[in-house]
Design a protein around this ligand. Sequence first.
Ligand SMILES: Nc1nc2c(ncn2[C@@H]2O[C@H](COP(=O)(O)OP(=O)(O)OP(=O)(O)O)[C@@H](O)[C@H]2O)c(=O)[nH]1
Length: 408
Amino acid sequence: MKKVLIVEDSLPIVALHKNIAIKAGLEPVIAMTFSEVKALSSQFDDFFCAIIDYSLPDAPNGEAIDFILDAKVPSIVMTGMLDDNIREHILGLPVIDYITKESKQAFHYLLSLLKKLQTNNKIKILVVDDSGSARAYVRGLLLRHNFDVLLANSGKSALNVLKNNPDIKLIITDKEMPNMNGIELCNEIRATHTKDDVSIIGISANSSQSLTAKFIKNGANDFLQKPFCLEEFYCRVIQNIEYIQSIDTIRKQANTDYLTDLANRRYYFNSAQPIMDSLDTSTVAMMDIDDFKSINDNYGHDAGDIVLKTISSLIKLHFEPKYLAARLGGEEFSIYFHDLELEKAVNMLENFRQELEKTKINVGSELISCTVSIGVCQDKKDKLDSLLILADQKLYSAKETGKNKVVF
Ligand SMILES: Nc1nc2c(ncn2[C@@H]2O[C@H](COP(=O)(O)OP(=O)(O)OP(=O)(O)O)[C@@H](O)[C@H]2O)c(=O)[nH]1
């Protein structure tokens, strides 16, 4: 478990912070005075981050912050004071964030920040600017929040980086750049990526009021005027990332079967049909669990669910990510093999069938085994529906002739 250093002199707030740290999956270590902070300095390398109260009895003017930042521990500053000068001073330091203990909301924000700091390294952000120092500055700000930062010094290079990193979630682009400016870059990006795929924040030192609208009309999600306030920068970055993540979650929920995490029928049809349209022949398999009703009847519905999940995990292991597998509904699955000869698909399915037959599934009260029947066919049909009907006929024949077999 990663450790978080909590520097706070108020007992009720220490309790609150401890709770928040644990909720965020971190191990809290407490220092209630500057002396205690100093005593912990030999352990500073072990801390993932620190939450520091601005004012302590033996360090009333933020001395603990400077001490901890000097040791390069990423730090979040919490304060009860709303003094603008202090705020400006702290924001000038390389802190992760500055939170005023004004309301309950501040503690919700802290929890969310601690959680994000542990996962932001999986989020790619591309910074586009022709000025090396401007790129380095924005990169430094994003690294404080642990983001995975990519850089591009021109619009053309940005498009290349995006092509090689389709999982980029946010692009922060300067407006004034030679050859392709930030607005032109937005247009180029939007030709291939929607506002729901990747978020764009435009930045410019130009104070023209129409620039915000221009950026947004050309596909940007947001705009920042240089020089920007750090708090606003982080708020906008976080908000834009959260937007893309919400869309990703909604998409995943709409495309995935809740119980098994396999693709659902809708995603299967939407994804396989366009591939099928581009191919002369396709191979498809229909799979159905044998005597599944008796598993439910003998061991209960929960046991049936465990069997469905186990079979789905095995399907993923054998066929994904190369081929498309889905739970079409109930105890029925399908696999779409693009570009694979019938014989090879049958071999893969036969291997799967044999492994499942040998697998012991723990359904709580005991270990059980189960089998599947599979129908597979290769044809030149235009519609996936028609191909599935043919595979279903083979499946029917597998059921009629004893089950636990692949028929093609
Ligand atoms: N536990 C569980 N059972 C489900 C789910 N969806 C469908 N079923 C059950 O799947 C069973 C399907 O039964 P049948 O259509 O009679 O098929 P079968 O018993 O597998 O018989 P054969 O196909 O002939 O081998 C029914 O008992 C359904 O209630 C589910 O999500 N969870």
